[in-house]
Design a protein around this ligand. Structure first.
Ligand code: AMP
Ligand code: GLY
Length: 423
């Protein structure tokens, strides 16, 4: 089979390596892929958001199955277009991808169907938002309605900051039209858990849970990033909480989407907060998380392509999805200065990996056969082992061997998870 994977990050590299484990897979095309992915797939310089370009590519080549992982092409309806062409896809159609594409939509969905989430107000007029914010209890969270590269949620502690955030989003349009509407949300507290699931719109099967580390610096300080590292499983997510989430969140969400005529097929990602009142939904994503995928897929024992095809065909069964015991840790190596200003173009030296170690490349390009840095998050160094402490050690052992000039990494990925395990 010839498979198309749309996207260019570490997540896509992990997906491609997992798909490669199936003997039936012959070619994998990556659009656009990156310099590291080029070792595992044929990359073509067509952007993930170039819907017409991707459609043309599929008209010219034999593509037996397509996997669409980034949020924007999903929200833009790439799956709808490819399915019309007769290319079966893994990924939701646009009318279901809206669960990530509009936070107003997802908030209204949760409220309508009684799915636990922070209470909130929706504003489309900056003057009304300002009036509300002058007279509310702090902290609150202000969120842009649409996609904003994971930067559209701001925790604000007082009126001045709140008014500035509203101006940035609604008036100065720092996130473009994504900020034309905003939500002002109750501030929740508790450990955060990421749960990726496979669902065919009927059956929903959670993958192993994980913990992201979104802040740039150690001890969760610094700016929010796309994610500086992950561990799986997440020790806060017990079997009991998992069962509670299935009953109060996962199944109700799948049923709610069906009831709205928006059946979701693909990977539905639940960003949860374990509050004193129980698990709450912080966000939905219509796709695999990055860098969660980099710790989840190495622990997947079952064949990814078989699962993805079953999801597409509405034939998913629980028994198809098995994870091995053990743990994984991903340490992201970034260009120093990320997520703000940073330099690129430095040569990357990749070491040999040991058993259970993986390198997933995100921001790198090939030039004259050399791998050069080209982005903020450059790659993920992943270690897996039977216990979390060994997985963390393995990931850092690998990360320290990877060299490029302005490499930066957090030193405490997994530290909080280890502490929680020892409680
Ligand atoms: P989001 O873009 O909705 O995923 O939010 C990004 C991050 O902001 C989350 O991972 C949380 O750490 C934080 N956050 C979002 N909503 C809330 C909330 N209601 N209360 C506390 N923190 C939140
Ligand atoms: N790691 C969070 C996300 O993929 O949105």
């Amino acid at each position: 089979m010839d498979i198309l994977v749309v996207g260019s990050g570490g997540r896509e590299h992990a997906v491609i390596k997992a798909l490669r484990r199936n003997d039936k897979v012959q070619r994998i095309y990556a659009l656009p892929g990156n310099g590291g992915i080029a070792a595992d797939a044929e990359c073509f310089p067509i952007k993930a958001t170039d819907i017409e370009g991707i459609v043309d590519f599929c008209k010219q080549r034999k593509v037996d199955f397509a996997v669409v992982t980034p949020d924007d092409p999903l929200v833009m309806g790439l799956v709808d277009r490819l399915e019309e062409l007769g290319v079966p896809c893994f990924g939701p159609r646009a009318n279901a991808a809206i669960i990530e594409g509009s936070k107003v939509f997802s908030k209204q969905l949760m409220n309508k169907y009684g799915i636990p989430t922070a209470s909130s107000r929706i504003f489309d007029d900056p003057a009304v938002a300002r009036a509300y914010l002058k007279d509310c209890d702090y902290p609150v969270v202000i969120k842009a309605d649409g996609l904003a590269l994971g930067k559209g949620a701001v925790i604000v502690n007082g009126v001045d900051e709140a008014l500035k955030t509203v101006d940035d989003m609604m008036v100065n349009k720092v996130f473009g039209e994504s900020g034309a509407r905003v939500l002002v949300e109750e501030f929740l507290e508790g450990p955060e858990v990421s749960v990726l699931t496979f669902t065919d719109g009927n059956v929903i099967v959670p993958m192993v849970s994980s913990m992201d580390h979104k802040r740039a610096h150690d001890n969760d300080e610094g700016l929010n990033t796309g994610g500086m590292g992950t561990v799986a499983p997440n020790p806060y997510y017990t079997a009991e909480i998992s069962e509670q989430c299935m009953q109060t969140i996962f199944l109700p969400t799948v049923r709610a989407m069906n009831a709205e005529g928006r059946t979701f097929r693909g990977c539905l990602y639940f960003g949860l907060m374990l509050t004193k009142k129980g698990p709450y939904v912080i966000e939905y994503n219509c796709r695999f998380g990055d860098p969660e995928t980099q710790v989840v897929l190495p622990l997947l024992e079952s064949d990814l392509l078989t699962i993805m095809m079953a999801v597409r065909d509405g034939k998913l069964e629980r028994s198809m999805v098995k994870f091995r015991d053990g743990a994984a840790c991903c340490v992201v190596l970034a260009s120093d200065g990320y997520p703000q200003k940073y330099n690129t173009g430095y040569q990357i030296d990749l070491p040999e990996t040991e058993e259970g170690q993986y390198i997933y490349v995100a921001g790198a390009k090939l030039a004259d056969g050399k791998l050069l840095t080209s982005g903020g998050r450059v790659l993920g160094a992943v270690g897996t082992s039977d216990t979390l402490d060994r997985a963390i050690e393995s990931a850092y052992r690998l990360a320290r061997k990877i060299k490029f000039e302005n490499a930066y990494m957090r030193r405490d990925i997994g530290a909080r998870a280890l502490k929680a395990l020892k409680r």
